[in-house]
Ligand binder design. Sequence first.
Ligand code: SER
Length: 318
Amino acid sequence: MKKILVTGALGQIGSELTMHLRSIYGADNVVATDIRRLEGNETVESGPFEILDVLDSCSMAEIAKKHEVDTVIHLAALLSAVAEAKPVLAWQINMGGLFNALEVARELKCSFFTPSSIGAFGPSTPRDNTPQDTIQRPGTMYGVTKVSGELLCDYYNKRFGVDTRGVRFPGLISYVTPPGGGTTDYAVDIYYKALEEGKYTSYIGEGTYMDMMYMPDALNAIVNLMEADASKLVHRNAFNITAMSFEPSMIAAEISKHIPGFKMSYEVDPVRQAIADSWPNSIDCTAAKEEWGFSAKYDLASMTEDMLKKLKVKLNIK
Ligand code: SER
């Protein structure tokens, strides 16, 4: 990766990934794009930034050509709960945007990364230690776009030789930019509410296990996969990766160690609960470890300590 185009650069992953890539590859070599410009935003101000609607294929190609990029990191997409509320829009954005980005990569001979998700699995997938290669019959529009996306990326690799690579991210936890409209977002919200109110009402029920990862591990995973030796990759789209698996009462117990008296209650949202119930409890990431050396540094305890420390500063809480 020498000159990188990022779509969805102001989203949860993009805002941190852009800064991370700029610190490694140089600010001028990472072109951030998003559908909106946020004045004064670090991602907008610290290097090249262009407004881009990923459904506008001409503008995407123009921007990529203008900046002579050799890598496309395509992040713009709707998350699971929003996609379920707006399935038509989700198909248009998640598949239309991906198709346009892949076409740019094909035309300009770029390397390509786009995230898949644990949402690419469904109710008939083995739930525990979910294998890399297994049944993928999701029942959500988000899942449908993720499986279709994995297949499309593999197709572009085999048919056109585009160097496509991806991971199936678990729920991502971060303190910089909140996720919007996902099912795993409770595990981000809980830290804000714990610090602001000392209590949290979870929309995901007790006992619902899902895979999770702290953002620094997710950023390293993207860079390590993109820098990996292509000859070692048996899989491409997309690798299972995870750092931890927990259910709501476990994260509450961990927070209580830092905020004594923290109270957790439950008001289950049937839509997001049904989505969570259709996803694995924990996935197996042996292929990612063997093929490109994936590893994660943060577990629930170390992530919680860091999240609370960083969020206290952000929220100006003493
Ligand atoms: N975190 C995403 C969501 O909850 C899953 O990839 O939608």
